[in-house]
Each structure stands twice: as structure tokens, then as C-alpha cells.
Design a protein. Structure first.
Length: 500
């Protein structure tokens, strides 16, 4: 690749490194990335929401793994090789479709996590109360206790990630190990219960016939649960030897995540009737029911502790990863430039991290207005699904674009593979977004649900345009002023993304 093209593909963070300025540090190796993929993808907090739909939801997992998750891995590996800079899906969309589409993709990715991270913190608190035993479980339904505990946890996670990924990655890694251990215990209990008491799940329960049509909404949640392989590449300038590390990390992290989801869903269904599965505390309800049925009730508190560590790691991974989007957008001047600042001592995007945490705290407060803890959790989750899938439309469209255009041969996969992964991923993503607009909860008016979903989606898309177009006009005015005799030649004035 010619030197000038290599320069264009660098992010401002990478160029800062070349100039000796404070810069992001390469601290993530293969197993760090694999564990990051596990902790980002395998969010056990989503398992109860899916399992509540019954055993037929297993087919949703298998379909999404084949036609959404696997193509996602192909896309992440392909684009990471072609564009190995900081920003991930934001950078890839910008390179394939231009600055506005890159910004819109990154905006949706980031804003989704502003209100997804609170769902993780709600879930963490709801699980943590089990550590103290049955007498403390009721605290999980106290709005004040959950809110203030979640705010405190958010502050701790922000402080760790401002300190740097060299420290923060250990929270992520502990979360991945905790997720695997919790899922293994859950599966082991299911096997033990089956060996002693048999299984109550019949073959008929795996059929959709006679089921509630609203359950199709769950397919959107399943697709939402399988995003995350791209999270490591959002930190592209912090990965050691990305050409080797990314494919290996994505492969092992993807396989582990798929197995964990399938095993955990089946274990919850073995433990509880689907009508008794709570959205927030469903995993621990299943562990409690199974442990007590085989006379090892003491196991609940240790499992709650392990699961608490797992969810803390998941929240830390999404907080640190998604904060890189406003950081790069700040460098590109589409968002306030302050978001592109790095901590003078730790070299981390501290302004972006703190800004994201403040916004997440505000959404936590808003979600509790006139709602129970579980209602607040589900409201935030509904809002997250559609916006989170928007960047994946760009991701798979990018694969199709690569397949149809002559390229320089710098990629990893054949055109046939790119066509298949792009089309299957695009179609599956579209279906997941459409079904997310179907209300799952009984008793909620259809018009009210559709109004909340539509207005919420349009609001965040409109905000993206509100930030982007004024910034774009300012950039155009700067270039025009230079052409009319401003300081220095036009070629020396950096445009969005640091490109000349």
C-alpha cells in the first residue's frame, strides 16, 4: 500500500503516537481480546428475557448464530485487516460509505450503550443482593437501593477505566471468567437435577405451534445479545499485533459465547417454568430452584458473587469500548473536541468516559420515573435493540460493497464468502429490527409501545444529524477560507478524521 494511503488509514490517535504526544497504549493480547469478546457477547442478563419465551427460543439462538453471529465474525476479521485503527465500526462505515454514514453508525453504537450500560448495572445489583442470603433478596426490588448502588458501581468502573486498559482489562477478563464459571455451574446444576428428578421439558415445547405471536419480538433481543465481536476492534490502536490477534481472539471468543448462551438458556428452562422467569433475577432464581431441589442451597451465594463479577466485567467492557466512539468523533470534530482529549498521565479518553457515565446516570434516573425496577430494565432494553442493530446494517452492507467492487486484494476472504456473509447478516439484522417493534409484554397498548419505539428511534437519529451537519459546514467553511488565501496551502489543513 502506498505511504500516502497508509497515512490516510491512521486515526488521529495513532498519528499522535508518531508525534510523541499522549496516545493510546497497546495492551490487549490474543487472550485479552478473546476474553473481551466473551464478556462483551455472552451477557447472561439477557438469558432470562429470552428463556421466558420458552424452549422454542433455542431455535432463535441457532438461527441468529448461523446467519447473524458468524457473518459478524467474518466482517470483524475482514475490516480489522483492512482498517486496523481506533474506532472499529465507526471507522469501517466511514471508509466504505463516507463521513456522515460513519458518524451515524458510531452515534447509534454509542448512544445505545448509554442506556444499555444502566441495564447491566440494574442487573448487577439485582444479582448481588443474593450474596447476603435470602433475607436481602427483597432489596433488589427497592428503587432507591438499586439506583444509588448502580450509580456507585458506575463511578467505580469509570475510575478503573480512566486509570487505563492496563488495569481495566483485568476487570473485563475477570468478567469473562466469571461468565464462564457461572454458566458452567448453571449447566452442572441442570445436569444434576436431570439425573435425580428427570426433565420436564417435552419435545412439544420446542415447537412454535400455538405460541404467542408476540414472542417473535425475542428474535430482536437474541440478535442484540450476539453483538460484541466488534467491540475489541473499536480499540484497534490498543491491540498488540492486530493482524494476528483479532482473528484468533474473535474465533475463540465467538465459539465460547455461542456455547455459553445455548447452555445457559437450556439450564434456566430446566429449572423454572417460563412464566416464573424474572427478567432481572431469572438466573439466580434458576440457580436457587435447582440448588434447593438437590439439597445444596448454600451454593446460591457463591454463584451470586461469581455472577456479580461477571456482570461487572460486562459493564466495564461496554463502558470502555463504546467510549472510544465519541473519543474518535471528537478527534474528527463531529462531536465537541473535548471528547477527543487523552488523560495526560494515563493516556485514556477520560472526557469521553466521564461524559458517557454522566449520560448513563441520567437515563437511569429517567427510567425509574413511575416504574418498577423490572419495568425500567425492560424499557431501556427495548430502546437499545433497534439502535444497536443500525451499525450492523452498515457492517454487512460494507461486506456487500467489498464483494461488488474491485479491491486491492488486501482482504482475507473471497468475494463469495463476502457476498454470503453480507447478505445473510443484512437480512437477519433487518428482521431483528422489524420484530423489535412488536410488543412482547401483555397488557401494554400497541399504539403506546409503537409510539415510544418510533419516537425514541427518530429522536436519536435526529440528534445525530443535529451534531453532524453543523460540524460538517464548519469544516467546509474552514477549507473554503483557506482556498481564499488563509494561512498555508489547502493540502495542509486536516479534514475529518485527520485526513488531508
Amino acid at each position: 500500500m502506498p505511504p500516502e494511503l497508509k497515512k490516510e488509514n491512521k486515526t488521529d490517535a495513532a498519528e499522535a503516537a508518531d508525534n510523541g504526544a499522549p496516545h493510546l497504549k497497546r495492551v490487549l493480547g490474543t487472550w485479552d481480546l478473546a476474553l473481551l469478546c466473551v464478556v462483551a457477547v455472552a451477557n447472561l442478563n439477557l438469558v432470562p428475557v429470552v428463556a421466558a419465551g420458552g424452549a422454542a427460543m433455542v431455535w432463535f439462538w441457532l438461527l441468529a448464530l448461523a446467519f447473524f453471529f458468524w457473518p459478524q465474525g467474518i466482517a470483524v476479521i475482514e475490516f480489522s485487516k483492512r482498517y486496523p485503527g481506533e474506532g472499529g465500526i465507526y471507522l469501517w462505515s466511514k471508509e466504505r460509505f463516507g463521513p456522515f454514514h460513519g458518524f451515524l453508525s458510531g452515534w447509534c453504537y454509542w448512544t445505545t450503550n448509554i442506556f444499555y450500560i444502566p441495564t447491566l448495572l440494574f442487573y448487577l445489583v439485582g444479582i448481588a443482593v443474593y450474596i447476603g442470603g435470602p433475607q436481602h433478596v427483597a432489596l433488589g426490588d427497592s428503587k432507591k437501593f438499586v439506583f444509588f448502588s448502580a450509580i456507585l458501581l458506575l463511578a467505580v468502573l469509570v475510575a478503573l477505566n480512566v486509570r487505563g486498559l492496563g488495569l481495566g482489562k483485568w476487570v473485563n477478563n475477570a468478567g469473562a471468567v466469571g461468565t464462564a464459571v457461572a454458566a458452567a455451574v448453571l449447566g452442572g446444576l441442570a445436569i444434576l437435577v436431570f439425573s435425580r428428578h428427570g426433565i420436564t421439558l417435552g419435545a412439544s415445547e420446542f415447537r412454535f405451534a400455538g405460541g404467542d405471536w408476540r414472542l417473535i419480538n425475542t428474535f430482536g433481543v437474541v440478535c442484540f445479545g450476539l453483538v460484541g465481536l466488534e467491540l475489541g476492534s473499536v480499540m484497534g490502536d490498543e491491540i498488540r499485533d492486530p493482524a494476528r490477534t483479532v482473528p484468533r481472539g474473535v474465533l475463540w471468543g465467538g465459539i465460547a459465547s455461542g456455547l455459553l448462551y445455548l447452555g445457559a438458556t437450556m439450564a434456566v428452562l430446566v429449572a423454572l417454568p417460563r412464566t416464573q422467569i424474572g427478567a432481572v433475577q431469572g438466573i439466580l432464581q434458576a440457580v436457587t430452584a435447582m440448588a434447593e431441589s438437590v439439597d445444596i442451597g448454600w451454593l446460591v451465594s457463591p454463584v451470586a458473587l461469581v455472577l456479580t463479577v461477571a456482570i461487572a466485567g460486562i459493564a466495564s467492557a461496554w463502558l470502555s469500548g463504546s467510549a472510544r466512539i465519541p473519543f474518535v468523533a471528537g478527534l474528527d470534530k463531529y462531536l465537541p473536541e473535548q471528547l477527543g482529549r487523552l488523560h495526560a498521565r494515563y493516556g485514556t479518553p477520560h472526557v469521553a468516559l466521564i461524559t458517557q457515565s454522566v449520560l448513563s446516570g441520567l437515563f437511569m434516573a429517567m427510567s425509574f420515573l413511575g416504574a418498577t425496577v423490572e419495568q425500567g430494565y425492560k424499557t431501556l432494553l427495548d430502546l437499545a435493540v433497534v439502535l444497536q442493530l443500525v451499525p450492523f446494517l452498515y457492517l454487512y452492507a460494507g461486506l456487500i460493497d467489498l464483494a461488488r467492487r474491485p479491491e486491492d486484494g488486501n482482504g482475507r476472504y473471497s468475494k463469495g464468502m463476502l457476498w454470503f456473509a453480507g447478505l445473510s447478516g443484512m437480512i437477519t439484522t433487518g428482521i431483528g429490527m422489524v420484530v423489535a417493534f412488536i410488543p412482547q409484554r401483555e397488557g401494554e397498548a400497541l399504539w403506546l409501545f409503537e409510539t415510544k419505539m418510533s419516537l425514541g428511534t427518530l429522536l436519536f437519529l435526529a440528534l445525530a444529524a443535529l451534531f453532524y451537519f453543523p460540524a460538517s459546514r464548519r469544516e467546509a467553511a474552514l477549507v473554503a477560507g483557506a482556498k481564499e488565501g488563509g494561512p498555508g496551502p489547502v493540502a495542509e489543513i486536516p479534514g475529518p478524521g485527520g485526513q488531508l
